[in-house]
Design a protein around this ligand. Structure first.
Ligand SMILES: N[C@@H](CCC(=O)N[C@@H](CS)C(=O)NCC(=O)O)C(=O)O
Length: 206
């Protein structure tokens, strides 16, 4: 089977999927879509993802866009017994954090990083404030939990850790969030952990 991940090196959404594939030891071909050159808006790429965003996972004739949809697909298809919860309630507990990542973390830390590090125009102060609110929510959970749900690392942690790990690039630091810091260090110490490459140049699209 031919598995290709279309993504961009600095994209948090791409790196979220790469992290899970690394932890699951899934092999794939890395196909860079140069966001800085606008390749994601070209006709050819829009056939894979009409939204015009990375990542996109292609497995032979199967095409999936959105990092969270891809995480769920990989966990259910290849992660039975480890990454996929059979019980609907347990699965919902995990999935709620994927939505938290897609909404609160993405619109907070993710957008702040876009404005601060990539020079995309927008209200950086408002995004930083949303980022702080998302970190406070995580801290509230992680101050007395090792993992977000189910007492072990799940897709919830995979989804939420990526942008938290680069929050410095969003002018946010983890000083006031000791539970989040311990959680991140726990994840970063795992065999197979993959960090998001540090952005070298500003004005480069995420
Ligand atoms: N909800 C989507 C968001 C994808 C997304 O925002 N991708 C960014 C890179 S992290 C992108 O392609 N940005 C280019 C653009 O929107 O023009 C996901 O989780 O995959």
């Amino acid at each position: 089977m031919n598995r290709i991940l279309y993504g961009f090196p600095y994209s948090s959404c791409t790196n979220r999927v790469k992290l899970l594939m690394s932890l699951m030891k899934l092999e794939y071909q890395d196909q860079v879509v140069n966001l800085a050159a606008g390749e994601h808006r070209k006709e050819e790429f829009l056939k894979l993802n009409p939204v015009g965003q990375v990542p996109v996972l292609v497995e032979d004739t199967r095409v999936i866009f959105d990092s969270h949809a891809i995480l769920l697909f990989l966990a259910e298809t290849y992660g039975q017994g480890r990454w996929w919860q059979q019980d609907p309630y347990e699965r919902a507990l995990v999935t709620q954090w994927l939505f938290f990542d897609a909404n609160e973390i993405h619109n907070g830390i993710g957008m702040a990083r876009n404005f601060v590090t990539f020079g995309i125009p927008g209200d950086a102060a408002a995004a930083v404030a949303r980022g702080k609110a998302a970190l406070a929510t995580l801290e509230n959970r992680l101050k007395d939990h090792e993992w977000l749900e189910l007492g072990k690392m799940t897709l919830a942690d995979v989804a939420c850790c990526t942008l938290v790990s680069v929050c410095k690039e969003a002018k946010l630091d983890l000083d006031g969030y000791p539970g989040v810091r311990r959680w991140l260090a726990r994840i970063e110490g795992l065999p197979g952990y993959l960090s998001v490459p540090a952005v070298r140049r500003s004005k480069e699209s995420p």
